[in-house]
Design a protein around this ligand. Structure first.
Ligand SMILES: *[C@@H]1O[C@H](CO)[C@@H](O)[C@H](O)[C@H]1NC(C)=O
Length: 314
């Protein structure tokens, strides 16, 4: 009887065609993390932002869904464990290899900082978003603003500082591409660090909604491009806006399949373009694998997975 009940519960959960996709995402994430595990000494800080997001977001998934079948719960726990191990073991190498960058951005890889759990919400229709060919924000500016909020390694106690320059930079309308995602990244960390209260919380939630509404316009556009030059940004958009609660808009089945499809046999996501400008935080690993791209792919998959679990709940 207990077996029959269990099987029945399992079928209720998996009756949708979700299960195959869910299994594919889980398998893809396992392969991705196994790749990182083999490259421990070569990872960069951005890789660990990715593994911390995997830990935090999958943990939130387990907390939010009580009815996940045991097999899937176990798989997710294994992924969390794997991601935590990679984060823990690679950080000493990052301190050694990227001391300055680590000093500035260590707050973004502290345990627990990516345990975001926003209520599900929808974007609104945007008709006038212009995708600028140029980035409006320098990565160093964004890093500096994040460091002021999270504290640096030198001065971990001085936190939650948002000067006029950063406030303007992070709230200005009309940014696109990485500049736009840096704005959202900044506010998500600022909120999680406990630097926002009452009115500002409401204000920032509204701002983030505008950012994700604009980002959806971009993601739709990038998803239709045959060139792979936007893969990295596209996956970053799914990861960040997914965490903001916009999974219904950003976690489309078609996009999920694309991302799985882009994965190399090695388990990584990598170089696809011939002439490219490598982002400063990007690092080429073996066989053309890319550290940042693999990290954003894994981060996006945490949201695709959460979305599939949410669909199964209904
Ligand atoms: C990672 O490090 C944290 C904090 O030091 C520790 O609590 C956790 O058990 C470690 N996890 C793994 C998988 O090594």
């Amino acid at each position: 009887m207990r077996i029959r009940l269990f099987i029945f519960a399992f079928f209720l959960f998996v009756s949708s065609e979700n299960i195959e996709l869910l299994d594919n995402v889980l398998r893809s994430m396992r392969k991705g993390l196994d790749f990182f595990r083999l490259e421990l000494k070569n990872l960069n800080l951005d890789s660990v932002i990715g593994t911390r997001i995997v830990e935090g977001q999958l943990h939130q998934a387990l907390i939010s869904h009580r009815k996940i079948p045991n097999r899937i719960r176990l798989e997710i726990s294994n992924l969390i464990e794997k991601a935590a191990l990679i984060s823990n073991l690679s950080i000493p190498y990052i301190q050694l290899n990227q001391p300055e960058y680590y000093n500035t951005l260590q707050g973004s890889i502290q345990p627990g900082i990516w345990e975001l759990n926003e209520d599900l919400q929808r974007t609104y229709q945007v008709t006038d978003h212009f995708i600028s060919p140029r980035e409006q924000m320098k990565e160093s500016q964004s890093d500096e603003c994040v460091a002021n909020v999270l504290g640096t390694n030198d001065n971990p106690k001085r936190k939650c500082i948002i000067n006029k320059f950063c406030l303007d930079l992070m709230t200005i309308d009309g940014f696109s591409k990485y500049s736009l995602s840096h704005q959202l990244f900044f506010w998500q960390l600022t909120k999680k660090a406990g630097c926002l209260k009452d009115n500002s919380l409401k204000h920032i939630k509204e701002l983030n909604k505008r950012i994700c509404s604009n980002m959806l316009v971009e993601a739709e556009y990038f998803s239709k491009q045959s060139s792979p030059r936007y893969h990295d940004l596209f996956m970053e958009q799914i990861a960040l806006c997914g965490m903001e609660g916009f999974r219904e808009d950003f976690c489309k089945e078609e996009w999920t399949l694309k991302i799985i499809n882009w994965q190399y046999d090695d388990g990584c996501w990598g170089l696809t373009e011939n002439s490219k400008r490598i982002k400063r935080e990007e690092k080429v690993l073996k066989n053309g694998c890319l550290a940042h791209r693999t990290a954003v792919a894994l981060s996006s998959q945490t949201q695709l997975l959460r979305h599939l679990l949410e669909k199964s709940d209904n």
